[in-house]
Design a protein around this ligand. Structure first.
Ligand code: FES
Length: 73
């Protein structure tokens, strides 16, 4: 699906840019040209970054150690 219609940039291209290390709209723009014309797609690009980076962070969260407990009330 195209996210940036002006420059024909798809969500797959944006996800690839993120997996290659881009973590901001500016960095995605540098490698894909998404958002460099009218700017309408910037929020959609940011949403993809947030989702992808959030997924990476969630996957890298350490698991709670067994035996740790919730603070009793
Ligand atoms: S839709 Fe992306 S710059 Fe216009």
């Amino acid at each position: 699906m195209f996210v940036c219609l002006c420059n024909a940039v798809s969500d797959k291209q944006i996800k690839k840019a993120i997996s290659d290390g881009a973590s901001s709209v500016e960095e995605v723009q540098q490698v894909s040209n998404a958002g460099k014309n009218c700017g309408t797609c910037i929020y959609a690009v940011q949403e993809i970054i947030d989702r992808e980076v959030g997924d990476k962070k969630e996957n890298s969260k350490p698991e709670p150690k067994l035996g740790s407990s919730v603070k009793e009330l």
